[in-house]
Design a protein around this ligand. Structure first.
Ligand code: ADP
Ligand code: MG
Length: 581
């Protein structure tokens, strides 16, 4: 690309050359013609003078010759006297004129007035003038004056040199100034052009630098700055939007007006176990695997209205519940831009709902059994059985047992609901775990003895002080030790031990009982879950004990673990925060 400045300068110089050349020619021509006119009028006058001096009557007189010779000398010209037939009578100041010249001279005086001529228009060195000699109106002969005009060419040359030098100097000065001025004016334009090119390429950091700040460079810099700010703001906004889209919990896909998928966020990929590449820029019909979703998209395409539907979709090995919101995107001018689908995974909420339903069913069932039993025995007694003292006693003790089961069940339910409440608080203080465990050993010693189980408490070597609610901690360990005694057959043993770790107090309740199957371990903390319902019921269990334990341990920000082997025994480990002494 030829630089703008070069082109401008070249145009300027061409114009200058043209103007100067035509000016030169015009000047030379003007000078030339005015000089020529002057010269010819001068010679004309000379010729007229010579003619007036000459004697028209006696052409050949010696007097005539003397006059002409003098005139030739004075005028420094060739003077010839010619008769009407073209015969040269006298000639002075050089050799005689050629015949062709004389012929021309006579021809050029057609009307007898005389006139100047040049033999050869290219040969400007001699100017000739012919003047008729008249006597009483008759032409007797001609005076022919030939003046050399070599000097005209000299002058011509000088004029050319002078013009050349002066115009050349002027040209150089103007060219120099022109170059300076154009560079001054074009520099900002060139640098602005450069910046504009950079901006077009997307480099918004480009700026122009000039000593003198022109409007152009100022505005181009402002434009660049604005573009930079705008793109930065846009990038920030895009990043923010991207972050939001990528990090929301709900799956999101965007389909354009033609049915091609343009966006798939991370949550969607996780929910449906797909990679973005599998979906992006594909036709939705070909890549979405659930018929229900395809139908939903079609419905939105047809009705152009929002649709919200609940689906149970098979994904890998499970079936998950999704609430899908489909929204048509309609731009300005009712332009159809596509569809956004948002997938809310409702599986957990659904499960929770099921759990709640199960819970109500379980509670009712648990309550029904003892009440039916109490009612049945009471009715039997009223029907007459109460008259037999032995039956009466037996039935009453059953009724007592069932009602105490009811009481424990209700107590456990109340406990559980209280613990699960949002505003459940613990009365946290420093608790001596050793003391609590000793108390529990005292409480359950009898039960262990009845079953022939050795209950051992291994006291910690250091004082084990944990921060917790003493009443609740007692509840935790009572439940665990009680379970250990319940699920351990006669002649077994149950060991309670406490250890002081660096920042925790660890309590273990170990038994040599029936153990728990590995697959059952995650389930035993569920409410009402019992591996062996009869055994649990016989021992007065409600199936809520471990659920309460787990909630309480979590409320203490502690941990609970179970290790068990079927037929060999079980070990529950509870770790509590050690109190800072
Ligand atoms: N030490 C243990 N040994 C074997 N099984 C246990 C032990 N502790 C709990 N389990 C099992 O976990 C189930 C749930 O315990 P829990 O919630 O305390 O209810 P339960 O009222 O039946 O004792 C029990 O029914 C029992 O099957
Ligand atoms: Mg229990």
């Amino acid at each position: 690309m030829i630089k703008f400045r070069t082109r401008l300068l070249a145009a300027l110089l061409t114009l200058l050359i043209l103007v100067f050349a035509s000016l030169g020619f015009l000047l030379v021509h003007l000078f030339h013609s005015s000089y020529d006119a002057k010269l010819s009028s001068h010679i004309e006058k000379e010729a007229a003078l010579v003619a007036s001096l000459a004697n028209g009557e006696n052409m050949k007189s010696s007097e005539q010759g003397a006059i002409l010779e003098k005139a030739s000398r004075e005028l420094d010209s060739r003077v010839s006297l010619i008769d009407t037939k073209g015969q040269v009578l006298f000639h002075f100041g050089g050799r005689a004129e050629e015949q062709s010249v004389i012929k021309e001279a006579l021809e050029s005086d057609l009307n007898g007035e005389g006139g100047g001529f040049r033999i050869n228009p290219d040969d400007e060195s001699v100017y000739r003038y012919v003047q008729p000699l008249k006597d009483d109106g008759n032409v007797n002969g001609y005076i022919l004056i030939s003046t050399p005009v070599d000097s005209l060419q000299d002058i011509n040359q000088k004029i050319w040199i002078l013009l050349g030098v002066s115009l050349g100097t002027a040209f150089l000065i103007i060219a120099g100034l022109g170059a300076r001025i154009t560079s001054q004016y074009t520099n900002p334009i060139e640098s602005a052009t450069q910046v504009a090119i950079e901006l077009a390429k997307g480099n918004y950091k480009a700026r122009t630098f000039n000593e003198d700040e022109t409007m152009l460079s100022q505005s181009i810099n402002m434009l660049a700055q604005n573009l930079q700010d705008m793109t930065r703001a846009q990038e920030m906004q895009r990043d923010r939007l991207q972050t939001v889209i990528e990090n929301i919990d709900s799956g999101l896909i965007l389909i354009d007006g033609k049915g091609y998928i343009h966006l798939v966020n991370r949550a969607y990929q996780k929910q449906f176990h797909v990679e973005a590449d599998q979906l992006l820029y594909h036709f939705y019909h070909e890549v979405l695997e659930h018929e229900e979703i395809i139908n939903l998209i079609e419905e939105i395409f047809m009705t152009e209205t929002k649709v919200r539907k609940m689906f149970k979709l098979p994904i890998k090995i499970e079936r998950r519940y999704f609430e899908v919101d489909g929204v048509p995107i309609i731009g300005i001018n009712d332009e159809w831009k596509g569809i956004v689908l948002v997938f809310h995974d409702m599986t957990e909420r659904k499960q929770l709902e099921e759990m709640r339903k199960d819970f109500v069913a379980n509670v009712s069932h648990e309550l029904k059994t003892p009440i039916t039993s109490i009612k049945g025995f009471t009715e039997t007694l009223l029907d007459g059985a109460m008259n037999e003292r032995e039956t009466l006693l037996q039935f009453l003790s059953i009724i007592l047992k069932e009602s105490s089961r009811l009481q424990t069940l209700i107590q456990d339910l109340l406990d559980l609901s209280k613990i699960e409440q949002q505003n459940f608080t613990l009365n946290i203080q420093n608790c001596n775990i050793g003391e609590i465990l000793a108390e529990i050993e005292m409480l359950l010693k009898n039960k262990a003895e009845e079953k022939g189980i050795t209950l051992t408490l291994e006291k910690p070597d250091k004082p084990a002080v944990a921060s917790g609610d003493p009443h609740r901690l007692k509840q935790i360990f009572l439940n665990l030790v009680n379970n250990a005694l319940t699920y351990t057959p006669e002649d077994g043993s149950v060991t309670i031990s406490a250890d002081v770790l660096e920042d925790a107090v660890q309590v273990k309740v170990r038994d040599t009982g029936i153990g728990i199957k590995q697959s059952e371990i995650p389930r035993i903390f569920e409410r009402f879950y019992r591996i062996d319902k009869d055994r649990s019921r016989n021992s007065g269990g409600t199936g809520l004990g471990l659920a309460i334990v787990k909630h309480l341990v979590e409320a203490h920000q502690g941990e609970i673990d179970v290790e068990s082997e079927r037929g060999k025994g079980t070990e529950f480990t509870v770790r509590l925060k050690r109190a800072s002494e």
